[in-house]
Structure formats: C-alpha cells, structure tokens
Design a protein around this ligand. Sequence first.
Ligand SMILES: N[C@@H](CCC(=O)N[C@@H](CS)C(=O)NCC(=O)O)C(=O)O
Length: 329
Amino acid sequence: MAQLYNGEWRDSAPAAEEVGEDGQFRRTESRFRDWISPEPGADYPAEAGRYRLWVAAVCPWASRTTAYRVLKGLEDVVAISWALPGIRSEGWVFSHDQFGNRVEGGFPLHRLYTAHDPHLTGKVTVPTLWDEQTGRIVNNESADIIRMLNSAFDAITGDRQDFCPESLRPRIDRWNEAIYPALNNGVYRAGFAKTQAAYDQAVAGVFAMLDQMETHLAAHRYLAGEWLTEADWRAFTTLVRFDVGYHGAFKCNRRAIEDYPALRNYLRELYQWEGVTSPVADTVLFDQIRRGYYELADKHGIVAVGPELDLATPHDRERLPGKGVWLKA
Ligand SMILES: N[C@@H](CCC(=O)N[C@@H](CS)C(=O)NCC(=O)O)C(=O)O
C-alpha cells in the first residue's frame, strides 16, 4: 500500500503491509482524532465555513460523512471536495488544492497531510476533515466525524435531529460493534484475502451478519427498533454498495441484497430518505462505486455490467411501526 514515510510519498513498502502471514486483511487505525466542539475555547470551534471534508464517492467510510452532511443540513456549513474517480499512483487526487486553486494534473491528498506535518509517516485516507483556518487535519475517522456532525453545528443550523440519542446508545453501539467487523470491514477482508481460508472466514461472517439483520428487520423497522439511527446509516453505506460492488468484485456472492426481502426494502427506505438540504440518494454515485471496486479487484480494470438496480422503486417498510428520527429537546 502506498503511504507517507517521513513526509515522502512511497508507492509500496512492506512495513505498511495490511495483509498478515495468515492472508488476513487488517485495516490500520485512523490517527487523527481531534474534535469540533460548540464549547467556548475549543481547539476546533464549531463555525460555519471553516471546515472541509475530503471524500471519495466510492468509499463507504467517506459516504457516512457525505450522507450526514445532507441529513443534518450542513451543505452550507461544511465544505466538501470530491476525489477524481480512478486509482492513481499518488493515492486520492482532487481537482483543487486546499486554497481552492485548480491544480494541473490534480492535487494529491497526501499534500494535505504533509501540510499538517511535513514529516508525517502513515496512511492517507478519505474521509479527512480539514480545518481551513489553522491548516490542520482535525480527524480522519468516519465514526468520529459522523458523531461530530450529529451535534457540533446544531446551534448554527437549528437542526434538532439526533441520530445517536443517549437512551438508544447501547443498542446503536451493539449493532455498530457487530456490523463493523462482520460486514462493513468483512467485505474488504473477503475481497482482499490472500488465502482461501481467510476468504472463507470473512465471507461466512458477511452472510451470517446479513442473515441476522434480515431476521431483525423482518420484525423491526430499523436496527435500533422504531427510531432511525447512526447504526442504520453505517449499515447503509455498505448495503448500497453490495450488489454493484462487493457481490462481484469482492466475491461476496452467496446472495445479493436484492435476494433478502426485508433488507432490500430497508435499503430502499434509507436510499429514498430526504435530507434537510438534498436527498441521501444524491450522495450515492453508482457509476463511480461500480467502477471503483472493479478497478481495485480486476487487474485489467474491466467493469462488470450488472446488476441493474433501481432503489427508487417503492418499499414496504410503512407496515412496521416506526417513529422516524429522534428530536433533541
Ligand atoms: N477507519 C477509517 C477508514 C478509512 C479508509 O480506509 N478509507 C479508504 C478508502 S475506502 C482509504 O482512503 N484508503 C487508502 C489507503 O488505505 O491507503 C474510517 O472509517 O474513516
């Protein structure tokens, strides 16, 4: 994997190898974990127009943050830069730099990381939350970023939706802790496995989790019951990529989401969710997702044709009791 070594971008280096001797893929922990806060005197105070998200449409972790940006009505508050599609030797590449200047040949995200620290060693990942005022990276862990977006800017936007209410936290965390290793990251462990045993184990975990979710969602509108929460959005960004990406490119092909009656309707309901400023569906760029995964998986970069999905068709979830989104007092 390409990464920074003492501020230098190197295309491959065994030290950063994320595949162990047993052929298992292990994702490195994110390193920037600072927090935007509405508290007075915070290092990163909540201010409109100060922060920027650097994202890629193919990436499920980045997509958590792009979904929250529309869900919480933050389109005029937190700026966004979308990576140019395709895999490049420089990693994620953007059309403009951090000052808004167009860069001929593209601006690699690793430049942002060395602007933060010229001697940095580590991976360069999306999403990255950047502070334009100090020229520093605030955070590059999507799980943290969505918790921040859920509340940090509420006083600015007036939005009271709470996707992580205190009273539902234990349920949300329980689903997150189960779904992350088995499904969100499980599809990558299947797709990047270097041994049959590692693949077999990962793919078994993927489908055991989908089966468990199917059983739960047959009787409950959402993962945490009657309320739509963070657990649903973290599941969503993997589910929406499954049939067009993971099923073929990552060999997760025992079943498709379309084969699960409850999951397929649940996926439609989330996909059709109206954000405050734009629909969640606008943040899902199927063409880039499909291309992105096949480029990763196929050395010739051949993109599979199917399946054709129409997630805008009606769902049947109204038959289950649901209260929608929790509102803060
Ligand atoms: N734990 C991180 C993972 C982010 C991540 O791994 N993003 C991928 C794209 S899907 C990436 O940028 N990979 C580049 C690399 O591994 O060098 C998060 O959830 O934010």
